[in-house]
Design a protein around this ligand. Structure first.
Ligand SMILES: [Fe+2]
Ligand SMILES: [Fe+2]
Length: 235
């Protein structure tokens, strides 16, 4: 479950004795980004930094829920990526492409292993749809590889574009949170974001744009990935 406007307002009222709370969901309803106005007698005589810390402490539980929802998506995404590359590796005929795919797949294996560990250490429930992410990823990887090396690369380009943007969105949200563990997580996310963007560059260099039905493939796969992200946030 993500964070709701109501749960956030209740936490702020209870923990800060706030006389007025107004939370505005800035995230299109997925509960990942809120702006809040808090009026509380407890703020009297406090500096801006102290007030900021008091609000942060009051919403710790809510923050954890939010971060767990982010981690669940990232983990599901890395599962999908692993199975896409697995499908491509099994069906691609071109030797140079297969070697490149293997290289990128190895990085995805590392990403997934790290997220396995992060999920365990933050007691985050993984997505319940794992078998579906595996099947969807494998099907997408296999079909595009059968279509040819350019289509396989067009798939990589589309997927990594969405994943790169997704990591960037998360990085922006987490910057605002004043917490050592979050700052450690940020280092990981930035490293993985860079890997994904490197995969994107590789795909373009390896002629993704020459794929048959490039525009169609690109938009269908991007919409699919964005939908998967929305689903994995919740389930
Ligand atoms: Fe990855
Ligand atoms: Fe990737």
């Amino acid at each position: 479950m993500g964070v709701t406007k109501e749960s956030l307002e209740t936490a702020l009222k209870e923990k800060l004795g706030a006389t007025h709370v107004e939370a505005v969901d800035m995230s299109d309803g997925c509960g990942q980004n809120f702006e809040v106005i808090v009026v509380s007698p407890q703020f009297e005589g406090k500096s801006v930094l102290q007030k900021h810390r008091m609000v942060n402490d009051a919403v710790k539980d809510q923050q954890l829920k939010l971060i767990q929802s982010m981690l669940r998506v990232d983990h599901a995404g890395e599962i999908g990526a692993n199975w896409i590359y697995k499908g491509q590796y099994n069906y691609i005929k071109d030797k140079e492409s297969r070697d490149k795919i293997k290289e990128m797949w190895n990085q995805e294996k590392h990403h997934l292993k790290v997220f396995d560990e992060i999920l365990a250490s933050t007691k985050t429930r993984p997505s319940l749809l794992r078998p579906f992410w595996e099947l969807a990823g494998y099907t997408l990887g296999s079909v595009t590889a059968i279509m040819g090396k350019e289509a396989a690369m067009a798939c990589t380009e589309a997927v990594e574009t969405v994943i790169g943007q997704h990591y960037n969105d998360q990085i922006r949200k987490l910057y605002a949170i004043d917490d050592k563990e979050i700052q450690k997580l940020l280092v990981v996310l930035k490293e993985f974001r860079d890997d994904e963007l490197e995969h994107l560059d590789t795909a373009v260099q390896m002629d993704s744009k020459k794929a048959p039905f490039y525009d169609l493939l690109n938009s269908v796969i991007q919409v699919g990935c964005k939908t998967a992200i929305k689903i994995a946030e919740k389930i």
